[in-house]
Write a protein that binds this ligand. Structure first.
Ligand code: NG1
Length: 441
């Protein structure tokens, strides 16, 4: 079942919207999973995609981290062979809980997922950066010093390339020219950070390719800056941190003020089911920036650096701030419940988060609300919208052996009720961005 995304012409060629229909409906793309992940038995929350994609093919490429060779082969082909070729992989993320808290210096609990952006490149002698997207088609050629006028670059995903060049240059990494090709399986327009994965892949490559040349937090900041330059949306740092710091089997408790990151193991026997509403959201056209500005105004009024510092009693009558303060607490409670093995506590926390995003922060939609209801009626422990909202995905915690049935049933009922085509897939927590070995084949 393919996700259908309603998008404006403007949106179509941004990485956030890179090839939605193609990827979701492309069995080859769906088969291609990073393969050196723990077995389902090892981390207990792993399953193949259950709706909208066949199960993953076995691992075939030797190296770390392994990537099934279909996509890699396509990239190698597009780059005319593996001579001097280097490849990086940057995963998307799902946020288990803690939305619209990162830019308030708060807490989030995302995980890097087994959907990623692969970037293959080699240096060029001239000072040009030439990139092709296998998903979108299209080619971008820009100056390696990032001097191209951002607003004029077409296709628009090229603006992320220039943003990344500028962000790295500002950090002392003036790269040479490069020839590159990119391919992504992160569903675009979904709240799973396809655009951040794209930006992380580029800063990683421009920064040297291993992620060790620059502090990873600095790489995350550079990727955020690249994205902000490209889109003008004042996003927070959660997505880039999740993509760079992901750990197989774990969610990440991130303190967005100190940037401390603590892995929190996900429980055995449960799966994380992501269901795309079939409605893409665009952050640029959304109320995201408005919400962020509202939060900053309230913090200033309270005389505190950020809403992270507000007390419950200070925000009792202010729904936006109330969401942020209560959501921060729910993130900490969820991490504590996971660590204590208190599975029963998880569902109510997710549902309370959704209610707060819906009623207090007002970033849900009737479709996302319906999906949450259907998932819970069908037996999910809990569910909530994930990411910025305004469309995109919900995430549910479900019994692992029930995930396939629940996904199929929910998708069917949702489609009957709305006429929209959802897609549903189980995600697993994977390691963060880094180099991919091409292997000996
Ligand atoms: P998504 O849903 O990936 O667009 C956005 C922001 C995050 C965070 C969430 C809400 C960007 C790139 N990302 O994520 O920083 O604020 O919304 O929690 O804008």
């Amino acid at each position: 079942m393919a996700a259908r995304h309603e998008q404006s012409d403007d949106d179509r060629d941004r990485p956030e919207h890179a090839g939605a229909e193609d990827r979701a409906g492309d069995p080859a793309a769906a088969r291609e999973e990073p393969s050196e992940q723990p077995s389902p038995e090892a981390n207990g929350h792993v399953d193949s995609p259950v709706v909208g994609a066949p199960p993953p093919a076995p691992a075939v490429i030797v190296g770390f981290p392994l990537v099934a060779d279909g996509r890699l082969a396509a990239l190698i082909d597009a780059m005319d062979g593996r001579d001097g070729l280097r490849v990086v992989r940057a995963p998307g993320r799902v946020n288990l809980i803690g939305d619209h808290t990162d830019y308030n210096d708060g807490f989030v609990l995302p995980l890097a997922i087994d959907r990623d952006c692969l970037l293959a490149w080699r240096p060029r002698r001239d000072e040009r950066v030439v990139v092709r997207s296998l998903d979108l088609g299209g080619r971008v050629e820009v100056a390696a010093d990032g001097s191209d006028e951002l607003g004029t670059i077409e296709p628009q995903w090229g603006r992320f390339v220039v943003g990344a060049l500028r962000a790295l240059r500002a950090r002392g990494h003036a790269g040479p020219g490069m020839e590159a090709a990119v391919s992504s399986t992160v569903p675009p327009g979904s709240g799973l950070s396809s655009s951040s994965a794209f930006a992380v892949a580029f800063v990683l490559a421009i920064g040297g390719g291993t992620g060790d040349e620059l502090d990873r937090r600095e790489l995350a900041r550079a990727a955020l800056q690249a994205e902000q330059l490209a889109t003008g949306v004042p996003g927070g740092l959660m997505d880039q941190l999740a993509s760079l710091f992901g750990a197989a089997g774990d969610a990440l408790l991130v303190d967005c003020r100190t940037l401390d990151i603590d892995p929190v193991p996900l429980p055995q026997g449960l799966a994380l089911l992501v269901v795309h509403s079939g409605l893409a959201r665009t952050l640029a056209g959304s109320a995201y920036a408005e919400r962020r500005a509202e939060c900053e105004v309230i913090a200033a009024r309270l005389g505190i650096p950020a809403l992270r510092d507000a007390r419950t009693d200070q925000v009792a009558d202010d729904p936006r701030a109330r969401h942020v303060v209560s959501e921060n607490q729910r993130v900490l409670d969820t991490a504590a419940a996971l660590r204590a093995g208190d599975v029963a506590a998880l569902g109510p926390l997710l549902l309370a988060s959704h209610a707060s995003l819906r009623d207090d922060f007002e970033v849900s939609t009737p479709e996302l609300d319906l999906l949450v209801d259907l998932l819970v009626e069908g037996g999910a422990l809990g569910a909530r919208l994930t990411g910025a909202g305004f469309g995109g995905c919900v995430v549910a915690i479900v019994q692992r052996n029930h995930a396939d049935d629940l996904a199929a049933k929910t998708a069917r009922r949702y489609q009957d009720a709305t006429g929209l085509e959802p897609s549903a897939f189980v995600v697993r927590a994977v390691d963060g961005a880094g180099p991919v070995a091409l292997g000996a084949r």
